[in-house]
Design a protein. Structure first.
Length: 197
């Protein structure tokens, strides 16, 4: 696909506090193994809670997307989340994505995500088909990994104790830009929309 300067790759997310990112970096360090070349780690400094992936959008649509975010945030007050628990999609035995879970006021989080989905559907963005499962992606297993490698990594994850609790006070949602580089994705905040008090 040819590079189009008028198009930018975007998503809507909740940004994490620094201490949470540090905690995720420690967890990554604990799980990283030299022999696990088939595991592609996400840079903990760039980890965020994705609420809606938009894909490539024309730059000129940033304003209307921000307005849709403002509409989605109306009536939702600030809330509290907690990073806790680890797991894998679709399962530990057939791991493809390794994640850290979210607890706390997940009902408010789900309502916010549904509002965003509806507000953006009105702009022509496809609604999410899968139900929203709040999580933070820490690593992905490369496609060439064997079933034995996937299972082995899943067993390592399953045996890891992650009892640290990191608190996330959610006061805003952000429209983020993702630029894919050879060193990994680079994220830039384009706009922030505050939740009500």
């Amino acid at each position: 696909m040819a590079y189009n300067p008028e198009q930018i790759r975007c998503f809507i997310a909740i940004e994490l506090p620094v201490d949470a990112k540090r905690g995720l970096a420690r967890l990554k360090k604990e799980l990283e193994r030299e022999e696990h070349k088939f595991v592609k780690w996400v840079d903990p400094g760039g980890i965020h809670l994705t609420l809606k992936f938009l894909g490539n959008i024309p730059v000129k649509r940033v304003t209307e997307i921000t307005e849709a975010m403002e509409k989605a945030a109306q009536g939702i007050s600030r809330f509290h989340l907690e990073i806790s628990g680890i797991g894998a999609f679709p399962s530990l035995k057939q791991a493809r994505v390794f994640w850290v879970g979210m607890g706390g006021e997940v009902d408010k989080l789900s309502k916010l995500q549904q509002n965003i989905d509806s507000a953006l559907a009105a702009l022509g963005f496809a609604k999410e088909e899968r139900s929203f499962v709040p999580h933070l992606t820490l690593a992905r297993i490369r496609q060439g990994a064997s079933p034995t490698e996937r299972r082995g990594f899943g067993e390592l994850v399953g045996a890891t104790i992650f009892e640290d609790k990191y608190h996330v006070e959610v006061g805003a949602i952000s429209l983020m830009r993702s630029q894919l580089t050879s060193a990994g994705a680079v994220y830039t905040r384009l706009n922030t929309v505050a939740l009500s008090y």
